[in-house]
Design a protein around this ligand. Structure first.
Ligand SMILES: [Zn+2]
Length: 463
């Protein structure tokens, strides 16, 4: 049957060497968005690699300069078959983090794809050239097998600044909302739950940092002469933090807890295991919110983490009461938590517990808001059934990843249901030397994406 033919055509790109050749060409672009010297490569990746590929599939394309000065451009592409058909928006990023050329293992280079057994090494193989490359390759094969038709409309948004915090991404989605209008986002980035478990994740947790500071006096005073009669900022800060998160990692600030976990989220999380990979830390079962499993704590709840703290000099203590203490705490939070209430809740909590002297410093920022598509969404059931049919086993459904992605731009600004189908795994060394993809995961990715795009033209959920 034709669905099988599309999947077969997609995975044969791996066997023929065509996918490796394509990825090698793309990895050779030194598209480091954090390196100003590589600025020209950002344009070149879109103009020399992406535009020809998309034109060959019948897309119209436009390179859009970034509204933020000196940042990488975007590419918007469209292929409209029938305005009444469903429309998918495909997102990816062609920029990479620093190559760190000198730090790679002997025999490897960030700018050359080096196959070694089941691993292909190279900067961007996992994050993100390999992942969006898989999606475009699968799309191309579905188009060919269906005789030059997809059965749906496709739009593509590529950015060249994700590794620098996606400057201008929210702005282009606001400015070009009409052109980017779609029924669903399908994108690939980040890791699977584990290498052998196909995964769909539906959003990301948010991260909000809060700087705390208590400066009691201009200088430290001798602890023999003054200890016991002047307030110790280190003691105050330690107790202020302890009032917010206890010795078992349990969040004590009422206003920072999420709303009750929806049943659909609890159900999605219930078969998931956290950790277990070769480089993963051991899980502390008795750490974190009471009455939850480790997976519920990580994917379905909020946590307050102390990122840094300091007073005096821990490496060279002096007989003195320090004059000041500082800390940075971070709330990792799930959708449904009101980010604008975080600072007021901490302020009210500190005041109520006698820590009015602890100031909330101006370092507060909201790096990435939380998002989560309801696991009960028809789009999730559709994608899950499609992947199960292709691979013969259902994917893991993560309501959100624990970390962050610019998903709020798609979920909130464009208002799209967001399906992320990662083609990498946690130990891929993304952002480090020796970044790589796993060939079996690439093979499954080529297959399941061809299945998804095939099904999108057959039985997409009605909007
Ligand atoms: Zn990255």
């Amino acid at each position: 049957m034709s669905r099988d033919a599309a999947i077969q055509a997609s995975t044969s790109l791996l066997d023929s060497g065509a996918f490796l050749e394509e990825l090698s060409r793309r990895v050779a672009f030194r598209s480091e968005s954090q390196n100003p010297a590589s600025a020209a490569e950002l344009d070149r990746y879109l103009v020399e690699e992406m535009q020809p590929e998309l034109h060959a599939m019948g897309f119209t394309t436009e390179i859009v300069p970034n509204s933020v000065p000196n940042r990488g451009p975007f590419l918007i592409a469209q292929r409209i078959e029938d305005p009444a058909a469903p429309t998918v928006l495909i997102y990816g990023h062609g920029d990479v983090v620093h190559g760190q050329d000198a730090a790679w293992r002997e025999g490897l280079s960030p700018w050359t794809v080096t196959p070694e057994g089941e691993r292909w090494y190279g900067r961007g193989t996992a994050d993100n050239k390999g992942q969006h490359g898989i999606n475009l390759a699968a799309l191309r094969e579905v188009l060919a097998v269906r005789g030059g038709k997809l059965g749906f409309n496709a739009k593509v948004l590529l950015e060249m600044g994700e590794e620098s915090g996606s400057p201008g991404l929210a702005a282009i989605c606001r400015d070009r909302a009409a052109e980017l209008k779609a029924d669903v986002l399908i994108a690939s980035d980040g890791p699977r739950l584990s290498a052998d478990r196909a995964t769909i994740f539906l959003g990301s947790r948010g991260a909000f940092n809060v700087g705390l500071e208590y400066k009691a006096r201009e200088r430290a005073y001798h602890s023999g002469n003054w200890g016991g009669v002047i307030r110790n900022p280190a003691t105050v800060m330690a107790n202020a933090i302890a009032s917010m998160v206890d010795g078992q990692g349990r969040l004590k600030v009422e206003g920072l807890l999420p709303p009750p976990m929806p049943n659909s989220v609890r159900a999605a999380i219930s078969g998931l295991t956290v950790g277990g990979g070769e480089t993963d830390p051991a899980i502390d079962e008795d750490w974190g919110a009471e009455g939850l499993t480790p997976a519920e704590r990580l994917f379905g709840w909020n946590t307050l983490e102390v990122l840094a703290m300091g007073a005096g000099n821990p490496d060279a203590p002096m007989n003195a009461v320090p004059n000041a203490a500082k800390a940075t705490v971070q709330l990792r939070y799930v959708a449904g938590t009101d980010a604008s209430a975080i600072v007021p809740a901490i302020r009210a909590h500190l005041d109520a517990h006698g820590f009015g002297m602890v100031q909330i410093a101006e370092s507060d920022r909201e790096a990435s808001p939380a998002t989560r598509l309801d696991p009960d969404s028809p789009w999730v059931r559709w994608a899950s059934a499609s992947i199960a049919q292709t691979l013969g086993r259902p994917p893991a459904i993560l309501p959100n990843i624990g970390g962050s992605l610019p998903n709020h731009v798609f979920a909130d600004i464009l208002g799209l249901p967001t399906l992320w189908v990662p083609h990498s795994y946690a130990a891929c060394s993304q952002h480090a030397p020796d970044e790589h993809v796993l060939v079996p995961v690439v093979r499954e990715g080529l297959a399941l994406m061809a299945g998804l795009f095939w099904d999108l033209g057959e039985n997409a959920p009605k909007a």
